[in-house]
Design a protein around this ligand. Structure first.
Ligand code: DGI
Ligand code: FE
Ligand code: FE
Ligand code: FE
Length: 187
């Protein structure tokens, strides 16, 4: 599947505002890839596909998580986490993506993980700071991202964890692990 076919197919999976977000993530991921020495085309492909499963029915995502052996502990945590590993599955099955760098960047774009690859970091960070995002702390994240991908991503996870704490929600262990690992990295 070529780039334009992929774009049109992903676009058809989501409402217009989510597609606008996706374009923002594409452009931001390409900028970050050039800035921090990753492959811009790879970053763009991961960005195009990162939210492909965002609007799939919960029941469909749950079935895929169970049938495809994706981490079952996800089912105990916020449903917002599910579209990332399900999206990686869709990227491989429906779009023929085989590059593990792309698949993992999609898989971990919401939760993060320990020892994130540069591509994991770029897609996750682009998702936080694309131009359409507006939440407390986003300006600080963009500032940090001028020079330091790890510090910017820590600030991103801090904002998510604060958001979850304020609402009395559970925090998926991979997010805590991702943040702990990044803090060790920047020390
Ligand atoms: O899909 P997007 O809206 O573009 O962004 P995303 O894939 O980063 O999803 C973020 C949502 O996931 C955000 O509203 C917070 C929610 N969430 C729920 N539990 C967790 C979580 N995010 C992380 N990182 N960790 C959690 O435990
Ligand atoms: Fe997402
Ligand atoms: Fe994210
Ligand atoms: Fe997103």
């Amino acid at each position: 599947m070529n780039r334009n076919e992929m774009i049109e197919s992903v676009r058809a999976e989501m409402p217009e505002r989510r597609w606008i977000h996706t374009v923002g993530v594409m452009e931001t991921a390409v900028i970050l890839a050039k800035r921090f020495g990753a492959d811009p085309e790879t970053a763009e492909t991961a960005a195009i596909l990162h939210d492909v499963a965002k609007y799939w029915p919960t029941s469909k995502m749950e079935l895929i998580i169970r049938q495809e052996g994706l981490p079952a502990d996800l089912l105990d945590y916020d449903k917002e986490l599910w579209h990332a590993p399900v999206g990686a599955f869709a990227a491989e099955r429906d779009y023929g993506v085989t590059d593990i760098i792309i698949l993992d960047a999609i898989r971990y774009h919401t939760s993060g993980r320990e020892r994130m690859t540069l591509m994991d970091k770029i897609v996750c960070l682009a998702d936080y700071m694309e131009p359409g995002r507006d939440f407390p702390g986003v300006h600080k994240i963009r500032e940090l991202a001028e020079h330091n991908v790890d510090k910017a991503l820590i600030a991103g996870f801090d904002s998510t964890i604060t958001f979850l704490l304020e609402r009395g929600k559970r925090i998926y262990p991979l997010t805590v692990a991702a943040r702990n690992d990044l803090i060790r990295t920047v020390r």
